[in-house]
Structures are given as structure tokens and as C-alpha cells.
Design a protein around this ligand. Structure first.
Ligand code: HEC
Length: 164
């Protein structure tokens, strides 16, 4: 795998040249071509995956019924989503596109819209946590729907479709 290492080094050198000369466009393209794992991009994807993990555990706990145990789990996981959602703004602060990413430049062109989506996610997860705290299964189910809709809204507006 000598070759792969060499290409990676070359990619880094080319990226560095791009950064120095301030050619964001070229950098974006090269980052994609060389599948560069930009640390800032990796960090924001990790944040998203943690949100996704919490959301999945909420759905699983809901299937277990309305007992106090599952409701606790739902509440904690929803609180985790709220905390993570509040980090979205910081995670996407820099317009970083040079690497493997499905983020679109609309995020920074419409920063207000993007951050509003993040705030909506935080708020909806808070409401979900309150429903779980109150043992209210109908509220939990509605809360899950709203949270899910907030994921979808932001992805639809600001995330590129998966490449085939
Ligand atoms: C404020 C906008 C926004 C909200 C709200 C949002 N996402 Fe995302 N999400 C994004 C963007 C943008 C990306 C693409 C990031 C990239 O590729 O650099 C993404 C990527 C992801 C990924 C892929 C991560 C990876 O490893 O490539 C998952 C999974 C995900 N989101 C799950 C969720 C779930 C589940 C929710 C709701 C509970 C959610 N997201 C809410 C904007 C959002």
C-alpha cells in the first residue's frame, strides 16, 4: 500500500498549496478527488453520527413500551440530542468543503436558515425529553415525529444527495 500513502502525501501537498494561495474552489475539488479526510469535516460528521445514535436509541426504547426504564432512556437520549444540536453551529462555523463531505455551500450562503434548523432540532428534542419525563407516550411519539422532521428538513435543504 506504498502507493496509497504516496497519493495521500501528494494530496496533502496540493491541499497545502491551495490553502496558501487561498484557492478554495480548487481545494474543494481536490479534496473530493483525493478523498481527503479534513479534520473539521470529520468532526462535524461525528457530531451528526452521535445525534443519529441517540435518535436510534430513542426509537428502540419506544418499542420497549412506556415503562419508567425506557422513558428514562428516551429522556436522556433526547437531552443528548439537544446538547449536540447546540454544537451544530460551532461544528459548521467554517466553510469547509475540501474533503469528503455532503454539506453544500448553501449552509454558509444561508447561515441564518441553517442555524435556525439546528435550534429547532434542539427545541424539539427538549420537548421530547419533557414528554418522556412525564411518561407521556403519545407526547413521546409526536416528539419523535417532530425531531425526525427537523433532521429531514435540514438535510433536504443543506445536504447533498448521496453519490451513487
Ligand atoms: C442544522 C442542520 C441539520 C440538522 C438539524 C440535522 N442534520 Fe444531519 N447533517 C447535516 C449536514 C449538513 C450533514 C452533512 C455533513 C457533511 O457531510 O459534512 C449531515 C450529516 C448527517 C449524517 C451523516 C454523517 C456522516 O458520517 O457522514 C447523519 C447520520 C445525520 N446527519 C443524522 C442526523 C439526524 C438523525 C438528525 C436529527 C435527529 C440530523 N442529522 C439533524 C445537517 C443537519
Amino acid at each position: 500500500m506504498e502507493n496509497a500513502g504516496m497519493w495521500k502525501k501528494l494530496a496533502l501537498v496540493v491541499l497545502a498549496i491551495g490553502f496558501v494561495s487561498g484557492c478554495t474552489r480548487i481545494n474543494d475539488d481536490l479534496g473530493q478527488v483525493f478523498s481527503y479526510k479534513h479534520p473539521k469535516i470529520e468532526a462535524r460528521k461525528k457530531l451528526m453520527r452521535s445525534i443519529s445514535g441517540s435518535f436510534k436509541s430513542i426509537k428502540i426504547a419506544t418499542e420497549a413500551g412506556g415503562g419508567i426504564g425506557p422513558m428514562r432512556k428516551i429522556m436522556w437520549a433526547a437531552q443528548d440530542i439537544t446538547k449536540a444540536a447546540r454544537k451544530i453551529k460551532g461544528g459548521f462555523k467554517h466553510r469547509t468543503m475540501a474533503g469528503v463531505t455532503r454539506a453544500t455551500s448553501k449552509i454558509w450562503d444561508n447561515w441564518g436558515g441553517f442555524t435556525r434548523n439546528a435550534t429547532n432540532l434542539a427545541t424539539s428534542a427538549e420537548i421530547l425529553a419533557l414528554a418522556a419525563d412525564g411518561g407521556d407516550m403519545t407526547g413521546v411519539k409526536n416528539g419523535i415525529k417532530t425531531v425526525g422532521a427537523n433532521c429531514g428538513k435540514c438535510h433536504k435543504a443543506f445536504r447533498a444527495k448521496k453519490k451513487k
